[in-house]
Design a protein around this ligand. Sequence first.
Ligand code: PEP
Ligand code: MG
Length: 902
Amino acid sequence: MAAQETVEHKYVYDFAEGNKDLKDLLGGKGANLAEMTNLGLPVPPGFTITTEACKAYLTTGREPDGLAAQIEAHLESLEREMGRKLGDPQDPLLVSVRSGAKFSMPGMMETVLNVGLNDRSVVGLSAQAGGNDRFAWDSYRRLIQMFGKTVCEVPGEEFEHALDDAKRAKGTQNDLDLDADDLRGLVDAYKKIFAKHTGREFPQEPREQLDLAIRAVFESWNAERAVVYRRQERIPADLGTAVNVVAMVFGNLGADSGTGVAFTRDPGSGAQGIYGDYLANAQGEDVVAGIRNTVPLQELEQIDKKSYDELLDYMARLEEHYKDLCDIEFTIERGKLWMLQTRVGKRTAAAAFVIAGQLVDEGLIDLDEALHRVNGAQLAQLMFPRFRLDHEFQPVAKGIGASPGAASGKVVFTSARAVELAAEGESVILVRRETNPDDLNGMIAAKGILTSRGGKTSHAAVVARGMGKTCVSGADELDVNVPAKRFTVAGQTVNEGDVVSIDGTTGKVYLGEVPVMPSEVVQYFEGSLDPEHIDNPLVRAVHRIMTHADAKRRLLVRTNADTGADAARARRFGAQGIGLCRTEHMFLGDRRELVERLILASTDEERQKALAALLPLQRQDFSEIFREMDGLPVTVRLIDPPLHEFLPPLEQLAVNVAVAQERGEDVAKEEALLAAVRRMHEENPMLGLRGVRLGLVIPGLFAMQVRAIAEAAVEVTRSGGTACPEIMVPLVGAVQELETVRAEAEKIIAEVVGDSGVEVLIGTMIEVPRAALTAGQIAEAAQFFSFGTNDLTQMGWGFSRDDVEGAFFWRYLELGIFGISPFESIDREGVGRLVRIAAEEGRAARPGLKLGVCGEHGGDPDSVHFFHEVGLDYVSCSPFRVPVARLEAGRAAITTTGSDSR
Ligand code: PEP
Ligand code: MG
């Protein structure tokens, strides 16, 4: 006997032992089955093998010690409870083996049904089902098919072809027309396929079936499609899946049986009511696979009123309990309702807002919780345009509006072609009869998805909604012929490459490209819809939640804008100032000539002349912006890019000069220009003469800009407005650079503002790593910092911001070196650390130092949470992202756990 007893790790939980908060351990499905069991709902008995067991298996390649014995013990108690034994020849217990990770990954991992069936127990099952031979053999052929494909990697098409052959032989297209003998024959055919591909007979031992199925579910965590889905949905790769072993109940026992999916509210619009699909005489996956077209759930009332009423009662209880939209799978076995799954349902962006608002009205949640339940990505989606429809555009078909939005593009019929054309920059619409998990890459690449079969709960619909991609499903007027790469509809043929437009809200399909119009949410932000007087539940919900976000957030939200028009729009969207006005565009267009004169000037006088000509133009630019942003701060950044960017490209100029010389033309001016371009040519312009360096090298350039800013501010103030300019120096790496610029600027400002009352702040970008690391010194000379996280990322990682994303980031993403481009979402540990250091050291040197961010990250939801955490005063982003940043800043203020809103 062992002297010491080791406490055995618990890998298996009975449903009665779990609860909804154990998702990390039991996965979403297992945790919710446990919750429903404990609520007293009719859940078939079963147990859950933990994600820890899966992780141990995936790490070591074998089941952890103790797992087999724990499964045995739970199986025995399940057998006792059911009064049947797994695979018993007379009266078999059958089980389903289902995956279930923490975050729902619809259809991405494996499920095996009817485990426990073999050549002998199939007879017992038939007897159990009142002599229903057809049912028993149908269940057996499904087991071999699923087991073969999932556990032993037998190509799924082989089984499908055999099924098609059986239907053809019978002269039917409907699997329900196959009788027991046909199915017995099909089982033989399937077994041959199985043996051919695996080199062994289909396993007859029930426990072996169970163990292999469990192992296959573990392994499906790392299946390619699951990996791709996780990357797309930003689900961590190391969570593992739980495995649920559940006593089988049968929806395919006849007309009094069936299976369905239900939502407690419409996951598309958020409207209250019963919503879902039902399919009589069918088993589990038939509904989501879109094999046969389903009927609306409401029709169940006529089919089986008792089960319908019971289901409605459970739906109400679940919603009350979860305080959210629930998504339910159920089966009716001979008039007895069984609840097979529930979870908080995925929903469209619009439904997320509408439902959050409704639940507040119903007193189930408060406004903080409502704010927590929506996110910036959803709001951004609602700001997408929709189709502008007038009578020129007649739909050719109408399917189900499965995931909203408007999408036009070239028709493709395979996932591979979708990926190919999208890589060439084409917009594509992936058209399929129905999609399956193998289509995932194509769905990601496509602008929209159109299927001819399947309802709102079909694979295409669920996955598209999760991705926020436009989808029309079940457009059954379409006759889709994938091998021939065409579909026909309303007497017309649409070939690969033809353009179609699909409306994921109405389900309508149009031939050709339909023009689009702005969203109501944008109209609301623009101020043309009054939320109090509009009968639009979405706009009302957005208004309510945004108002709450604004009340809660600590971060201010400014915008990056460099024209009066952009400034005005951003202000309507709620911007509280300008965080970055890039002045470089003010040197383009018809001002190029002046810039050329500035660059080519050979004397101080010539240079001063060019600058003097630019001054009034710049003043005009700034006063327009100050007027639009009346009373709010406007950060104007002095010119940043290298000046040669304003000159013609070297090669082109050289060719022009050579050609002109050949023709004997007078090219003195062009030659001077060419010489200047050659002189200014840099191998690494991003690290060259730009930003503050330019200001220190070209006399009078920054001075002209400072004067224009100060004069514009005085002009606006004198005419009754309030200008609050903040001058920002780019690319500072050393305090001395800033001090030099500042000394000159202060003299000019003092001279210009006089007693006008205008106050001009002078601060700096923090976008060079050295600046971040010497922020304490720089803060002595800066009245504010604005983090330029674009350059900080570029120089922090050493990634050329113009090249790397297209060049090799795909590989880095594939390898998991990062989950998202650091140019899109702030790299918290590296670049974020530079921000944190600079914020702390800057404020230590100058208490109350104003801090903001104006790189692209200012409008990225996750990054906004980070900037809240490090204590910045504001984020600044492009006008369209201002509402997103407001919302996320509100969410950041009510949560400390980031923006995890899956
Ligand atoms: C930055 O570098 O983050 C920034 C805002 O400046 P720009 O993008 O103009 O270089
Ligand atoms: Mg920059």
